[in-house]
Design a protein around this ligand. Structure first.
Ligand code: PMP
Length: 364
């Protein structure tokens, strides 16, 4: 089969190197003679893996000792509910900084469990993050929630906001482990694994331990971080295979030089695409303000700022013919979106860049 270049937003490309490892381990996991898929979650085999994956998260992100690492079911959106259910009882209200479709969804979910204060004015065109001096933060909030990278709109926080002592909670689903972050600046970091750190079915949660122990009484046990922590993320049968894949992906990141190496690559890859857009005299159009452009998800239009339907269709058709796939923008915004996560190589992005240049030349 000819090479396929996967620019999908998620579930996204996994590092090619881990497939040989997975194939080798699939039917005989670590010499047990059986697959991990048919192994007890209470076995010493699984307990060892559970500890190993926690350890690699701690090493890669330099997670301080007073933070707990949890593997939770129900993906990113499971945590949209888990965040208020675990944190809202402190004051009954929470601050949400809505900067795109995913933080909007998170805020909507939180409203089921308490009062939500929208920190920035509502908008339906997410192309910027209003400056922090304009934010309407509530000092009485139980927490402040941000989405550090909006997967659909391509808006990324490049600096960590100062929430004046109120715990900062961050959805990092689509830029997890793409750069170093100072974990001590956050109360909670969470994200679904299926973009940068594995496959779907598990959320990685990193929580400061003083934020545990006070869930809302209605919090379902399977979403309860305090119970997850007490049970080492094995309260019920965890999504073991997804946790295993996360472990193999994180070990790959470590072998590649860790988060600093991922960050250098992310800058290089995203710059290649943004540079072509900038130099195209408006043929390609990136809607997001430069200072908050995502290094993971690059949405753009072709032909005009609103997009030219025929040109965009032609672009996608030509891309597919070359094996450049999953470039269609999210159905809610249209256009094109290139996702350049950790596993997407520089050579793959260069191939897309070359195609963009040729398409531009053909139409100008
Ligand atoms: N947050 C962000 C930033 C996302 O991109 C996504 C999924 N695309 C989610 C949350 C929801 O994740 P899940 O589908 O695992 O519930």
């Amino acid at each position: 089969m000819p090479k396929v270049y996967n620019f999908g937003a998620g579930p996204a490309k996994l590092p090619e190197e881990i497939y040989d490892i997975i194939k080798n381990e699939l039917t005989n996991y670590e010499g047990t003679g059986i697959s991990l898929l048919e192994t007890s979650h209470r076995s010493s085999t699984y307990l060892k893996l559970n500890a190993e994956v926690q350890d690699v998260v701690r090493r890669l992100m330099d997670v301080p000792a007073n933070y707990k690492i949890l593997f939770m079911p129900a993906g990113g959106q499971g945590e949209f509910a888990a965040v208020p259910l675990n944190l809202m009882s402190r004051t009954g209200t929470a601050d949400y900084v809505v900067t795109g479709a995913w933080s909007e969804k998170a805020a909507k979910e939180a409203k089921k469990y308490g009062k939500v204060n929208l920190v920035v004015p509502p908008t339906n065109r997410y192309t910027d993050i209003p400056g922090q001096s304009t934010w309407n933060l509530d000092p009485n909030a139980s927490y402040v929630h941000i989405c550090t990278n909006e997967t659909i709109h391509g808006v990324e926080f490049h600096d960590i906001p100062d929430t004046k002592g109120v715990p900062l909670v961050a959805d990092m689903s689509s830029n997890f482990m793409s750069k170093k972050v100072d974990v001590s600046k956050f109360g909670v970091i969470y994200g679904g694994a299926q973009k940068n750190i594995g496959t779907s079915g598990v959320a990685l949660v990193i929580v400061r331990e003083d934020l545990l122990s006070n869930p809302m009484p209605v919090c379902p046990s399977v979403l309860d971080w305090t119970q997850a922590n007490k049970n080492d993320s094995i309260l019920n049968t965890p999504p073991m295979f997804a946790i295993y894949i996360m472990g193999r992906v994180l070990q790959w990141i470590e072998r590649k030089g860790g988060l600093d190496a991922m960050a250098v690559a992310a800058t290089k890859k995203s710059s290649l695409i943004y540079d072509i857009i900038e130099k195209s005299n408006g043929f390609y159009y990136a809607p997001v303000a430069k200072h908050v452009r995502s290094k993971m998800n690059i949405p753009f239009r072709i032909g005009s700022s609103e997009g030219n339907d025929a040109l965009e269709k032609e672009f996608l058709k030509g891309a597919e013919a070359r094996g450049l796939i999953q470039l269609k923008g999210h159905r809610s915004v249209g256009g094109i979106r290139a996702s350049t996560y950790n596993a997407v190589t520089i050579e793959e992005v260069e191939t897309l860049a070359q195609y963009m240049k040729e398409f531009l030349a053909k139409h100008s």
